[in-house]
Ligand binder design. Structure first.
Ligand SMILES: [Zn+2]
Length: 492
């Protein structure tokens, strides 16, 4: 039997996965001390599956749709995907999801339209020429398509017919070049402008006065490509990732390995570029369809309901990566991809305060001990750093700079840690320095009133964005509630 890596063994212990063999219904077990049954070691597949569940952090959005779809093959539940294909005949009307981005398509697959003063750009090209003629070209015209508002480009996520089925029609109707990953480009009648699929790091292209970051993400197909778009929401820049290809290819370990590597490079890019939200052309895959329907029923709000925030997006992608690792381990029991664990940092109550900063590092398995947490000011100046104890807490006194209550903002950072078996993902949290009285019921009330408000919007107060994801969300309200002096009654 393969020797388990020590870190993996520790992981098993943390996850409580060690299972004792046992007969009977358990009701008769207490009377006599049975000899210790040998521990059964979990397989790599079981470790990854456990991780895919623990990494959701109990967030219902992460359980469904994110984990449900990325784990459909490892869960033996491909029916969940097949059922969605039946919705390709249900139209979704042109819907504005950001200041300058629209969705149009079906409930199964759709396209994104970007508009600025210089013209239009489209991502993906639909199922067929008829779909373009009946729906997309009229929609583009309603957005101004014409001599002053050309269609500059169509960016295709991959070469399957539900993504480029209308490409030739769009090209002949508008003259727009069709961009496609080079590995999917051969034999395409619409003569695509090839994006080099062998470049596996992000790079920028300019189309129609826009910068778009391109990342080859082989896996679903060899030429799958993702795009990061700079868009506007309430006048502020937000970054939207439109991914290339969704489902894993069953029974093809080579493509599954490529898909795994693509999930990792995508995660790194979304983190580095601080991307705010994502959408798959198959909008059921990542919850985009629900968000679009919400916008249709409530109207587009500012900030847009479509923006989920960088932290949520990174957690979602980590789940997708873990589900992929699980499927690879299922296909190839000798494959031992590392287990990714999503970390979370939370400031302790009454921290940061002048003279003391403290935060707790945890993940779905419990507190994370023995890791360094650094506390910094917005200027980048290091206040202090400390190693987490058994309860995951790192505490230290700021000696290098006196903290000004209610003024200085402190970021706690965990840089991440890894062994061959386990990767503890980096995490950070930020909060304003205050003594216990500095954050009070009025702050909590303000945070509740501002739920969903983005950095820079009117009514926004920087100190209320405790988790520093740019949005005042439920986690901020929770954190502020903890910072209000204990015993205070704040009302509903
Ligand atoms: Zn496809």
């Amino acid at each position: 039997m393969k020797t388990m890596h020590r870190a993996a063994a520790a992981l098993v212990a943390l996850a409580g996965l060690t299972v004792a063999a046992c007969g009977g219904d358990g009701g008769e077990m207490a009377a006599t001390a049975a000899p210790q049954a040998p521990a059964i070691q979990p397989t790599n597949f079981e470790l990854q599956m456990e991780a895919s569940r623990l990494n959701t952090g109990g967030d219902p959005r992460m359980v469904h749709p994110w984990r449900a779809f990325y784990c459909n093959l490892s869960d033996d539940n491909n029916a969940i995907v097949l059922a969605e294909r039946q919705r390709n005949s249900i139209r979704m009307p042109l819907t504005q999801i950001l200041d300058d981005v629209w969705y149009i398509g079906t409930e199964y697959v759709g396209q994104y339209v970007l508009r600025n003063e210089q013209g239009l750009v489209m991502i993906d090209a639909g199922n067929s020429a008829a779909e373009m003629n009946n729906f997309n070209l009229p929609a583009l015209r309603s957005l101004g398509l014409g001599t002053g508002m050309p269609l500059h480009a169509v960016l295709v996520t991959h070469g399957h017919g539900d993504h480029d089925g209308g490409a030739a029609e769009l090209k002949s109707a508008t003259g727009a070049p069709i961009y496609l990953g080079s590995a999917d480009a051969s034999g395409k009648a619409y003569a695509p402008t090839a994006l080099d699929s062998s470049v596996l790091t992000p790079y920028d292209i300019q189309v129609g006065g826009r910068t778009i970051t391109v990342l080859s993400t082989p896996g679903h197909t060899a030429g799958a490509t993702g795009f990061v778009v700079r868009a506007k929401d309430g006048g502020k820049e937000v970054r939207l990732f439109v991914s290339g290809g969704s489902s894993l290819v069953a029974n093809n370990p080579g493509l599954v390995r490529a898909y795994l590597a693509s999930m990792e490079s995508t995660y790194a890019m979304l983190k580095a570029l601080k991307v705010d939200t994502a959408s798959n052309p198959h909008t059921y895959w990542d919850g985009s369809r629900d968000l679009i329907k919400r916008i249709q029923s409530e109207g587009l709000k500012s900030p847009s309901q479509f923006v989920i925030g960088n932290q949520a997006l990174l957690r979602a992608m980590a789940i997708g990566r873990t589900c992929t690792a699980a499927y690879l381990a299922k296909q190839d029991p000798t494959a031992a991809p590392s287990v990714w664990r999503v970390s979370e940092l939370d400031f302790l109550p009454a921290s940061p305060a002048p003279g003391r900063v403290a935060a707790r590092l945890s993940n779905g398995w419990g507190p994370v001990a023995g890791q360094t947490v650094s506390f910094k000011l917005d200027s980048g100046a290091l206040l202090c750093s400390a190693v987490t104890g058994a309860d995951g807490t790192a505490t230290c006194a700021s000696t290098s700079a006196p903290l000004r209550a209610g003024v200085d903002r402190v970021t706690a950072e965990f840089a991440g840690a890894s062994t061959a078996a386990v990767v503890d993902l980096p995490s950070e949290a930020a909060a304003a320095s205050g003594d216990t009285g500095a954050l009070a019921c009025r702050d909590l009330a303000q945070a509740r009133a501002a739920l969903g408000t983005r950095r820079g919007d009117s009514g926004y107060s920087a100190r209320l964005d405790v988790d520093a994801d740019g949005v005042l969300g439920l986690r901020d309200v929770d954190a502020i509630a903890r910072l209000v002096p204990s015993g205070t009654t704040c009302g509903a």
